[in-house]
Unconditional design. Structure first.
Length: 408
């Protein structure tokens, strides 16, 4: 079986998590984490396993070559030297896309043309053809040129790995699935205690948590471009899918999600159904500011409005202050993601630890509160709690007509 060098692009800050996934779950030893990506090696089984099982990576690429390229002649010859006949048949579709940064070859369209021309030149010499219809399976070619060094890849994933297949629709500011899974991993939550998300939106955090606890592979509901590649063994994908299905443990897991917007809650329920975890993800309509946090124990993960795409900054900070008044002294372990650098001051307590992450291109921090309440360092007295607290996750339906309803 052919051996490959793989590259898994990741959101900045998640390189270590993806490397751990590969080492501990994929049982790989040749793993290297770099800025924004993780390199590893393996065969076709590794390729299929990584696509189906990596929760925090964005794609799985096969790296074919790396060479200096500060002229178009160097780029052409470097690409032409790759044995394309191994990967492309006479009818393969092979579109080219990529990027160039801090390099002499800065025109992406020109680089695309040169790479395409070099591939056609190689295939023409091998197959004795001057024209390729490209009507067969797609083999997406990607290139990266940074500091005058080119890297050429095959994209085995197709759609990004954050597209799990359960979230066809989302609310106004959805959290990427790979980042939601990373939050669960960083919280070290494994389903042995309740998990709460009081700002659930379309339910991504709760669904990813439930899938992790039940060991549901994130790629089970979708397809991948490389499933149709003719140069891979025909039974490898079937074998890996059967292995992933055998790992699913449908144990009951206490996952609770709520949101003030009924439309978001309905969407979260539908997404949980599509993901196969609706029996264990409880979704209710409720205002997070009136929850009785003193009665809850376990772990809370939240992605409240940042003042970027939802609410304005002043309104978001007012929300943080009010939330800190009702939840800051709770014994819950709390992990809160936001891009607002003033969150701790508004929340009223210094985080036990902070982790820099990126929600797409937006720089965020995950504020972690996991020590005993008595050890938390208050930054200032938070605002007085709002009247009318209720159990929320248990009796959330009582508050469906809350007059303080705000649109998420």
């Amino acid at each position: 079986m052919m051996q490959f060098t793989f590259c898994a692009p990741v959101l900045f800050g998640l390189e270590g998590l993806v490397a751990d996934e590969l080492r501990f779950h994929g049982k790989l030893t040749d793993v290297t984490a770099e800025n924004g990506r993780v390199l590893f090696s393996g065969d076709a089984h590794t390729l299929a396993w990584a696509n189906l099982n990596l929760r925090c990576a964005e794609r799985v690429l096969i790296r074919l070559a790396s060479f200096p390229a500060d002229t178009f002649d160097q780029l052409f010859e470097g690409v032409r030297s790759i044995p394309w006949e191994t990967f492309l048949s006479t009818d393969s579709a092979f579109p080219v896309k990529g990027h160039s940064l801090n390099s002499a070859l800065h025109s992406v369209p020109d680089c695309q043309k040169i790479i395409k021309k070099a591939i056609v030149s190689r295939l023409s010499a091998k197959y004795g053809l001057s024209w390729f219809e490209e009507r067969g399976p797609k083999v997406q070619i990607q290139f990266s040129i940074m500091h005058d060094r080119a890297e050429i890849f095959l994209d085995s994933s197709g759609a990004g790995l954050h597209k799990r297949g359960y979230r066809a629709n989302a609310n106004a500011a959805p959290l990427r699935e790979t980042l939601a899974a990373a939050m669960v991993r960083l919280a070290r939550w494994r389903g042995r205690e309740p998990l709460y998300d009081p700002f659930c939106g379309s339910g991504t955090i709760a669904i990813e948590a439930a899938c992790i606890a039940q060991r549901r592979a994130p790629g089970l509901l979708r397809s991948f471009d490389s499933e149709k590649w003719p140069f891979l063994p025909p039974d490898v994908w079937r074998t890996v899918r059967e292995e992933a299905l055998a790992q699913v443990d449908p144990q009951p897991v206490p996952v609770f999600a709520s949101d003030i917007d009924p439309a978001c809650v309905a969407l979260a329920q539908e997404n949980a159904r599509k993901a196969g975890v609706s029996p264990i993800v409880s979704c209710t309509v409720h205002d997070a500011l009136t929850l009785d946090f003193s009665s809850l124990a376990g772990t809370l993960l939240a992605n409240p409005p940042y003042g970027e795409r939802l609410l304005d900054l002043e309104s978001a900070r007012r929300l943080y202050r009010q939330y800190g008044a009702v939840a800051g002294s709770s014994s819950l372990k709390q992990y809160i993601l936001t891009s607002d650098s003033e969150f701790e001051r508004c929340f009223g307590f210094a985080a036990d630890k902070k982790r820099k992450l990126y929600n797409g291109m937006l720089r965020c921090d995950l504020y972690m509160y996991f020590k005993e309440v008595s050890a938390r360092r208050p930054l200032y007295a938070p605002a007085a709690p709002l009247p009318g607290k209720s159990k929320g996750f248990v009796n959330g339906a009582k508050n469906r007509e809350n007059p303080r309803n705000r649109k998420k």
